[in-house]
Design a protein around this ligand. Structure first.
Ligand code: G6P
Ligand code: MN
Length: 444
């Protein structure tokens, strides 16, 4: 199929007040031949926040995508009633709640992270409520609309949506971290990213790379493992990353000093080295503050420059978004049934053959018109299986706690989480999180 034959689509950006959206818009412009659009609906419940970027989003589209209709709305019916793809990156409770997710656990000497540990639990409970509502709303209009979800914690959201909508084949949960790590591997190896093919297994934010080859079959995995044994691991875009992110990469090196069979995702460290991470954390200034003071500030400032303008330089368009590229490439692969390779989140069903059938696993696979398919992986060793089983039980109990409003299940979930372990700490942090989240969720 040539680009000319590609039928244009309508997309809805749900959570258009996210500071990640302007770079997504730039990516949509850059991909317009590959994934042409006839209309973009920007939707957020917070008009003011979405408004901080509206002039910029409109200007970019007016200058570089004049054929694409643009709508900004706070009305969910307008957002969802006629759309082909929902690109969802909502953050329920915004940065203020992220900040509490990170700071409350630190009061008890526990890891304060938005997707891992107690913070991820609290965020998961918030996200599940809003995501359930969104899926119901979208489906009240159409069973065909694709829901591409980037809302975190993807592990909890993906499992929860699978439990609540088990027959829905058009919800796809995405995480850009494996994709981002592959960009970093490519830079280290000095090869283009698009020739690299990885094998990977795990749960979201809890997995390992097990192989890396190029399209010709040349194997780079040992070279990379050897490199990571005695060189600091740096993200491909290290100069744009804040210190806290760089630290997470270097801790991959630390993990590999103990276990160098596979290369872990950066997120595994929260479960491996929780004490060291807590010790290095500032309980009054966490990643939520840092991202607000850096990325968010820069994006809002760049967007403010568009106010009152009616032309712009293409060089001033925000791009370079791993998240944006992933979302658009996934949508393209679905829309035109390309079956491109990605690292996907799918129901296990035998992909990892000695692991729970119903778990949502993260593995290499393809994406096409029927959604994501994982490549069969085979069995995993006892170390990985043991770690994943504990983490999966945590995920499942979290989802069940949400669906049944069950306090005991929540307490069991947190006790199982490797960042917590002690039930008395689990209870203390759960009670504080429940109080802080009372507008969003409640357990009996
Ligand atoms: C990666 C992860 C996402 C996470 C993001 C946080 O991209 O895959 O799940 O949301 O990092 O980034 P931030 O810069 O907001 O801390
Ligand atoms: Mn992620």
């Amino acid at each position: 199929m040539t680009a000319l034959e590609r039928k244009p689509h309508v997309i809805t950006i749900a959570g258009a007040g996210s500071a990640r959206v302007p770079a997504l818009v730039g990516t949509l412009v850059n991909y317009k031949e590959r994934f042409p659009l006839s209309k973009i609906i920007f939707y957020d419940i917070d008009r003011e926040r979405m408004g901080l970027m509206e002039a910029y989003d409109r200007l970019v589209l007016k200058c570089f995508y004049p054929e694409c209709e643009v709508v900004f709305t706070t009305d969910e019916d307008e957002a969802y009633s006629q759309t082909d793809f929902v690109f969802c990156q909502m953050r329920v409770g915004k940065t203020a709640m992220r900040s509490l997710d990170e700071k409350i656990p630190l009061r008890y000497g526990l890891v304060g992270q938005e997707t891992c540990g107690p913070g991820g639990f609290a965020y998961g409970m918030r996200s599940l409520g809003a995501m359930k509502h969104m899926v119901e709303k979208v489906r009240s209009y159409s069973k065909d609309t694709w829901i591409l979800n980037y809302t975190n914690p993807a592990a909890i959201v993906a499992l929860g949506l699978d439990k609540m909508f088990p027959d829905d084949k058009r919800i796809l949960n995405l995480c850009d971290q494996p994709y981002s790590l592959m960009k970093s591997f490519a830079k280290i190896l000095g090869v283009p990213q698009d020739i690299l093919r990885a094998r990977y297994f795990g749960l979201n934010h809890f997995g390992w790379f097990t192989a890396l080859k190029d399209t010709e079959g040349k194997d780079y995995f040992d070279q990379l493992r050897t490199y990571l044994r005695d060189h600091d691991f740096k993200p491909f875009n290290a100069e744009q990353r804040a210190k806290s992110w760089l630290d997470t990469y270097v801790r991959v090196n630390k993990y590999m000093k103990y276990f160098d069979e596979y290369i872990p995702t950066t997120y595994l460290q929260y479960y491996m080295f929780p004490e060291e991470i807590v010790e290095e954390s500032d309980p009054h200034y966490t990643r939520a503050d840092e991202s607000r003071d850096t990325r968010e500030k820069e994006v809002f400032e760049a967007c403010a420059k568009a106010e009152g303008k009616d032309s712009m330089d293409r060089a001033d368009m925000l791009v370079n978004s791993v998240f944006g590229n992933l979302m658009v490439e996934v949508a393209e692969s679905i829309a035109y049934d390309l079956n491109h390779e990605f690292i996907v989140l799918v129901r296990n069903e035998g992909i990892i053959d000695n692991f729970e059938e119903d778990a949502i696993v993260e593995v290499a696979g393809t994406i096409g018109k029927d959604g994501a398919k994982g490549y069969p992986f085979g069995p995993i060793g006892p170390f990985y299986k043991g770690l994943m089983q504990g983490q999966y039980a945590y995920e499942l109990l979290t989802v069940e706690a949400f669906m049944e409003q069950d306090y005991t299940k929540a307490l069991q979930a947190l006790t199982l989480n490797r960042t917590v372990v002690d039930p008395s700490k689990a209870k203390a942090v759960l009670d504080d999180l429940m109080e802080a989240n009372k507008e969003y969720w409640y357990l009996k």
